[in-house]
Design a protein around this ligand. Structure first.
Ligand SMILES: [Zn+2]
Length: 119
């Protein structure tokens, strides 16, 4: 079973790596002159959000592969409790149980909200 999961993670890792490699394509997106600054900066915001999601996903994917090797796959990285099989089935790169993931995301969101904005 773990071999199949490892391969799935590997495919996901390659896809995300590729996505992040094309980050310039997203951030240097050309906008027509009539698009006002507001829309332009919103667009940049969405792009950077997308990138941050992909790099977070990539981090988790690599970590999940590590966990397979360490034999801790299916165990939450934060509380060391079991990650429910149904969660792993929905997201095989899950490295945290649902409560820990929620805390993690809320914390991340707080940090992002505090980040200065340029518009
Ligand atoms: Zn946990």
């Amino acid at each position: 079973m773990s071999h199949a999961v490892f391969d799935l993670l590997e495919l996901q890792r390659l896809r995300l790596t590729n996505e992040l490699r094309h980050r310039e394509d997203i951030s240097v997106e050309r906008l027509p002159d009539y698009v006002d600054d507001q829309v332009a900066s919103e667009n940049r915001e969405i792009s950077s959000q997308k990138l941050s999601n992909s790099s977070e996903e990539l981090k988790d994917t690599v970590r999940a592969q590590e966990k397979l090797r360490e034999n801790t796959y299916g165990q939450c990285d934060d509380c060391e409790g079991d990650i429910k099989p149904i969660r792993l089935k929905a997201n095989f790169a899950a490295i945290r149980c649902i409560p820990c993931q929620e805390i993690h995301e809320r914390r991340k969101q707080l940090l992002e909200d505090r980040r200065p904005r340029f518009y």
